[in-house]
Design a protein around this ligand. Structure first.
Ligand code: ADP
Length: 628
């Protein structure tokens, strides 16, 4: 980081915070408005009571006019009732609007995750940034979560100061009577200016010291985050029942204690922050509190001396002391609000650095023809690809053409580029060189959404959600029950479905429905994932080693059946088990990122020097023994 980037100025803090506030307002206008109204209301209303009670006291110790006293008491009570009512209404509004604000702030960040180019998610710098943003927020509340609080504090301070000043002006301009002896010195403008200067100095020093104490946390956000990360993982380990067997068997609790209850750790009694609490951070905090007490002493002395000399009555004493104390409190919170804003700025800037990551993938606009005949042809033309940040080609010079309705197998050793080939086909990434064509047109020119609609993929690392079975298959809440059931049957899930008393309404796993939710095995989950791919009814259906967790016999069963259920769709199978793919119309053999052979099983096997021959014979013994 350049030195200038480290320098925090109010302008820089305001720019970042204003931008964040605008963004939060765009998403949640009522939340921001209710917060602001409540802040202004709560800052100004106390002065009504201070002002009116001073009038009552002055009347009591002065003229004692019963009628005026009655009137003042009635006004005081009515205004107190109106303020209480207004406070209740505004605070309720604020509370409802701010409910779940933590999640709301998270939502702004997570929206970007869904919107950003897939390639950005793969970038380790992006992943680190996102993780740091979330840790800053969850650990210390830093980032967008603090923006409204900072503005709230600033606005509250400004209104408190303005309200207090309005009630304090007369303290400085009211004159001590000339017969008050030495105390007439209080009329000297230099004395007045001197007192104001001391008050201001003390008012500024206290929050500056306080901010210095607070800045230790901001400066050591990385340590804070690490401490929080360790705690969030090791602190909750005991609650994770799926780990209970290993924890007992290997006494993992003992190893974890080293990280969870270590005195030297960030939050431990010998840790970093304990060290600062004994040192600078604690001293700054204590000094700030002491300076505030000095301020109160000065105010009391000045007001009492003026009252003693006869400048004003008893009612005014209560008014001035209350108002000046509030002005001072307002000043302090103004400065600590600015300090908080400055401390929070780098965290906001980091969040914007993440939110500003551009989407560089070309967004085409051509519509993908919804062809009734599903007559699509895909062509890879000289396609090469390097993952971002990698110097090596994951794919190199791939040329291939295939038509809908065919069965294409993509085989090869692990790491040979099979999954990369599919990710490029689905446009999760764009090729580094070459182009991919759909019916003769570069796929980048099609509308991305529409292009995605023609593919159903069962990725190796597919995920099911802890929702209803039907919702999982359909990918929506209002699903077609008959169609879901049909797809599950096609995927070979009917026996298991028959056992579920709530049918397609059954919740998967126990997270949501702890009583009736069902756990499914890896194989069953794969069948559900296949049913999900079928429900989408896309012209291309792709299985990326969906059976990697299964034994070869079960895999052959699924692949055999899949040929039948894929019907008129193009099915692309990826596997490193050759026997599963022998029935395909075409087999593409990948080796080190290139397609080294392309043809039918029989054709490929004839080339005795070819990769396919080598792989087939390496695996043949296994197949003949297991699947014959
Ligand atoms: P396969 O599906 O045949 O096992 P992949 O397509 O997953 O192979 O991987 C092809 C090559 O690309 C491998 O060398 C792998 O290490 C590399 N690779 C895969 N994913 C990434 C990634 N996200 N970033 C960098 N390299 C990757």
């Amino acid at each position: 980081m350049k030195k200038t980037e480290n320098k925090m100025t109010l302008g820089r803090a305001l720019r970042a915070n204003n931008r964040a506030l605008k963004l939060i307002y765009k998403h949640y206008p009522q939340m921001v408005l209710s917060y602001i109204l409540s802040v202004v209301w709560n800052a100004l209303t106390p002065y009504v009571g201070i002002f009116l009670s001073a009038l009552v006291i002055d009347e009591l110790v002065g003229n004692r006019d019963i009628q005026r006293l009655q009137m003042l008491v009635i006004i005081t009570l009515v205004s107190a009732a109106i303020i209480a009512l207004g406070t209740a209404i505004i605070n309720k509004w604020k509370e409802t609007q701010n409910a779940g604000w933590w999640l709301k702030v998270e939502h702004i960040v997570s929206e970007k995750m869904l919107d950003t180019d897939y390639v950005n998610l793969d970038d380790t710098h992006t992943a680190e940034m996102l993780s740091t943003i979330r840790q800053n927020f969850n650990g210390g509340g830093w980032g967008f979560g603090r923006v409204i609080e900072c503005y709230g504090e600033l606005m509250s301070s400004v209104f408190t100061i303005l309200g207090g000043l309005a009630l304090t002006v007369t303290l400085f301009i009211s004159k001590v009577p000339t017969g008050a002896g030495e105390l007439t010195i209080l009329n000297n403008p230099l004395v007045v200016i001197g007192i104001i200067a001391v008050m201001l100095a003390v008012t500024f020093i206290a929050p500056i010291l306080n901010n210095k104490a607070g800045s230790y946390y901001a400066k050591h956000a990385d340590d804070h985050n690490l401490g929080n990360r360790l705690f969030s993982f090791f602190g909750w380990l005991g609650y994770i029942s799926s780990l209970a067997t290993d924890v007992r068997m290997y006494r993992q609790d003992k190893i974890c204690d080293r990280y969870n209850r270590n005195k030297e750790d960030t939050f431990g009694s010998n840790g970093l922050f304990a060290h600062y609490a004994w040192g600078g951070m604690g001293l700054y905090g204590a000094a700030s509190a002491a300076v505030s007490v000095i301020f109160t002493g000065i105010v009391y002395t000045f007001v009492c001396l003026k009252a003693l000399a006869g400048a004003f009555g008893l009612g005014s004493v209560t008014q001035y002391i209350a108002a000046v104390t509030k002005v001072s409190g307002g000043m302090s919170s103004l400065i600590s609000g600015i300090g908080l804003m400055c401390n929070n700025t780098p965290f906001i800037e980091l969040t914007f650095e993440y939110l500003d990551i551009p989407n560089n993938m070309y967004q085409g606009s051509l519509t993908v023809e919804k062809r009734r005949d599903r007559d699509y042809e895909v062509e890879f033309r000289n396609v090469s690809f390097k993952y971002p940040g990698s110097d090596n080609y994951a794919l190199r010079g791939v040329n291939m053409k295939f038509k809908v309705g065919k069965r294409l197998a993509v085989v090869g050793m692990n790491g040979s580029g099979k999954t990369t080939f599919i990710k490029l086909l689905c446009r999760l990434y764009d090729p580094t060189e070459g182009e991919i064509l759909l019916n003769g047109i570069d796929i980048r020119k099609y509308s991305y959404r529409e292009y995605m609609d023609i593919f159903s993929v069962v990725f190796q690392d597919f995920k099911l959600l802890s929702l209803k079975l039907g919702e999982n298959v359909a990918g929506r809440i209002d699903y077609n029950k008959e169609l879901v059931t049909e797809c599950l049957e096609k995927a070979g899930f009917s026996d298991r479905l028959a056992e579920m008393k709530n049918g397609t309404e059954t919740y998967l796993y126990k997270d949501y429905d702890t009583k009736d939710g069902v756990d499914v095995s890896g194989g069953e989950a794969q069948k559900i994932a296949i049913a999900r791919a079928l429900y989408k009814d896309a012209p291309f259906i792709i299985l990326d080693e969906p059976t990697a967790a299964l034994d070869p016999i079960a895999e052959a069963e699924i692949y055999g059946k899949f040929d039948e259920i894929a019907g008129d769709k193009t099915a692309i199978y990826i596997s490193h088990r050759l026997s599963s793919c022998r029935f395909c119309d075409r087999i593409a053999v990948f080796d080190s990122g290139s397609v080294v052979q392309f043809g039918t099983h029989d054709e490929l096997l004839q080339d005795e020097k070819g990769k396919y021959h080598e792989l087939w014979h390496a695996q043949a013994q296994y197949y003949t023994e297991q699947t014959a």
